[in-house]
Design a protein around this ligand. Structure first.
Ligand SMILES: C[S@@+](CC[C@H](N)C(=O)[O-])C[C@H]1O[C@@H](n2cnc3c(N)ncnc32)[C@H](O)[C@@H]1O
Length: 424
């Protein structure tokens, strides 16, 4: 394929549009990829652009360091994005220099004609400097709004290990529907998740059409395992969409009610139920207002949160957000916990979780809920019974915390806080 020709520039141009959308317009990739500008491009171009954008978001800090010696002044944002993308392709992906430099110069001429000679010169110097220039660089630092919070909680050394973990493209994790599920080849993790080192096209994998599994990070699969729903139990999935945990609960044979406020996300939950042939009573409602006919034996509350635990899979998140929207979530989570406690039968089980690294959305919520609700007690037995449980996940009695630098030899884990509780 002729690099530098439209076939080589089209995915790179689209990747740059995504990068600019994240870095300049502070939009999430999920939003940008729904826009017709992206969604209407051919699938092959979209796939390559999406992959290039994510890799560049993960490695932009290293790219900046690798090209810094050859820049006279900091480049304008559009040029900086273009250079970062090209440097990542050259030094992290090992693409042929001729094609990458030609494509970058062609793209520069479109919107930044005057800068094209500089782009050419900098990239040639980067190539001459060789791999050593990349190997000396450090993993990208998280933006200050997040690094400060995480440093205060985990210490800077552990945050640096998280930053190193954020560089890698994460594996593809699948939750099997049953023990007889048709599964692709992969590593069965001790917690019951099947891990594939390389994703490829998910819908082409064995067992997709037949709904034998669904995509779900290994840590995201733990809350429903902790709840251990039993056949026939009345179980509420309080913030359910798009439904990874609903599918686990339904697969256990429980009588599942899956509630969410977002109709758009509930559509995806319906699709997921249809593909896997599982059933749940789906309710579109505000959890704070909804009144069921009877209380539940068990409730899983996967709260709306900062999603800072999912940065391995969403490298745009730290750059598209600035932390401003996080604080109101803490109060909402507490209100929804109170609602969950009210909807639970005496003797019932509650699992509270967030895909967040912030203690305000985890450890501190647990402490506060135990103070507000003396009827609740931590259910350490549920943790002890969890297959594959690692002692360093234990965060408090009845609670576990995963972070992205854990299981490095296996390809990491998303960050979750998960608490198992019983109501008196
Ligand atoms: C972390 S996500 C849930 C992910 C889901 N449990 C899964 O495993 O696929 C949080 C969900 O909370 C929902 N949500 C936010 N506020 C809500 C409210 N007041 N009532 C019900 N659902 C709400 C959001 O629409 C979102 O789908």
């Amino acid at each position: 394929m002729g690099e530098g020709q439209p076939s080589g520039t089209a995915p790179r141009q689209l990747a740059l549009d995504l990068l600019q959308g994240v870095w300049e317009e502070k939009m999430l990739l999920a939003e940008l990829e729904q826009h017709p500008h992206f969604a209407e491009k051919p699938a092959e171009i979209r796939a390559r652009a999406a992959r290039l954008a994510r890799t560049t978001l993960r490695l932009a800090g290293r790219a900046d360091a690798a090209m810094k010696p050859f820049l006279q002044r900091p480049p304008r944002p559009g040029i900086q994005a273009l250079l970062r993308l090209a440097v990542v392709e050259l030094l992290a992906e090992g693409e042929a220099p001729h094609g990458v430099v030609n494509a970058a110069v062609t793209l520069a001429k479109r919107e930044h004609a005057k800068a094209a000679p500089m782009v050419n010169a900098v990239l040639r110097r980067v190539v001459e400097n060789g791999q050593g220039g990349w190997d000396k660089t450090q993993p990208q630092r998280l933006p200050n709004w997040l690094r400060g919070r995480l440093g205060a909680t985990y210490g800077n050394a552990r945050v640096s290990r998280m930053e190193a973990a954020f560089e890698a493209t994460p594996p593809l994790d699948l939750t099997p529907k049953s023990e007889s599920a048709t599964l692709p080849d992969g590593e069965m993790l001790p917690t019951g998740t099947l891990r594939l080192a390389k994703a490829g096209q998910v819908s082409a994998l064995p067992g997709f059409e037949t709904g034998d599994w669904w995509v779900q990070d290994a840590a995201a699969a733990l809350p429903a395992r902790l709840l251990a729903a039993k056949p026939g139990e009345r179980v509420l999935d309080l913030c359910a969409a798009p439904g990874g945990k609903t599918l686990q609960l339904a697969a256990s044979g429980a009588d599942v009610t899956a509630l969410d406020i977002s109709e758009a996300r509930l559509e995806r939950l319906h699709e997921n139920l249809a593909r896997t042939g599982l059933t749940a009573n789906v309710v579109g409602a505000d959890a704070l207002e909804w009144q069921p006919e009877a209380p539940f034996d068990a409730i899983l509350f996967d709260a709306p949160c900062s999603a800072t635990g999912t940065i391995r899979r969403h490298p745009d998140l730290p750059f598209a957000k600035d932390g401003a929207g996080v604080k109101p979530l803490f109060a909402l989570q507490a209100q929804m916990i109170d609602r969950a406690v009210a909807l639970l039968s005496p003797g019932g089980r509650l699992v509270f979780c967030t895909c967040s690294l912030l203690p305000e959305e985890g450890e501190k919520q647990l402490e506060a809920m135990l103070e507000r609700h003396p009827v609740l007690s931590p259910d350490q037995a549920a943790i002890d019974a969890l297959a594959g449980f690692e002692p360093d996940w234990q965060a408090a009695p009845g609670a576990l915390r995963t972070t992205p630098e854990m299981w490095p030899e296996r390809g990491g884990l998303d960050g979750f806080f998960i608490a198992a509780l019983r109501k008196a």
